[in-house]
Design a protein. Structure first.
Length: 203
């Protein structure tokens, strides 16, 4: 059976208080959505600007490792791993680098010795203006080098001979924390079958 709609229900007015609440919530969610999108775009833009600096520093560290160990090891490579490798890094995230083909998990003394040698060669390679913080930590399960690069000075230095090597970033428009890049470096004897934390993300 067909029952015609109740005309009174069709034209029944919405409660004004409920309508105001709905309008307020709609405005709030719309505003939050815009703010979240703007923040996501800001972070994405900053990550894009910093990414080429990260890659350039990684290549330079790999070059130092090759110069340091080439006479003793034959399969030296530098890999970025962790959040930077997976694409989940924030602009201020540290860059984690593992040098594979160097050191020995079975011989901790040799492993520490190789890391210390690499640390000294890196400090010799880069000027004090470029590396503003440096620390060698060997008394841990995974010995590590911790560095902090001044990206403004790094840009000035590497573009002297090749102005197109890196994009010019206006760091004055970015958060001050982005003026420097923290880099953690460790060694792994092999890229496969190692217990090195984060190594699987390096590929």
């Amino acid at each position: 059976n067909y029952y015609p709609p109740d005309q009174n229900m069709m034209y029944q007015q919405v409660d004004p208080a409920a309508q105001r609440q709905f309008d307020c919530e709609h405005f709030l969610y719309k505003t939050l959505s815009k703010e979240i999108l703007a923040e996501a775009n800001r972070i994405r833009n900053q990550v894009t600007q910093i990414s080429e600096y990260r890659l350039d520093i990684k290549k330079e560290i790999e070059r130092v490792a090759l110069d340091t160990f080439n006479s003793r090891y034959s399969a030296i490579e530098a890999h970025i791993y962790g959040s930077v490798a997976t694409g989940l890094a924030l602009p201020e995230s540290d860059m984690d680098i593992v040098i594979t083909g160097v050191g020995s998990e079975a011989d901790l003394i040799l492993h520490k010795s190789d890391l210390t040698l690499l640390f000294n060669q890196i400090i010799e390679k880069f000027s004090k203006k470029l590396i503003v913080k440096k620390l060698l930590i060997t008394e841990t399960s995974v010995p590590i080098i911790k560095l902090s690069f001044d990206l403004i000075e790094y840009y000035k230095e590497v573009t002297k001979s090749d102005p197109s090597r890196l994009p010019l970033v206006d760091f004055s428009k970015l958060d001050k924390s982005l003026n420097t890049l923290a880099v953690d470096i460790s060694l792994a004897e092999s890229a496969d079958g190692t217990d090195h934390h984060g190594i699987k993300a390096a590929h």
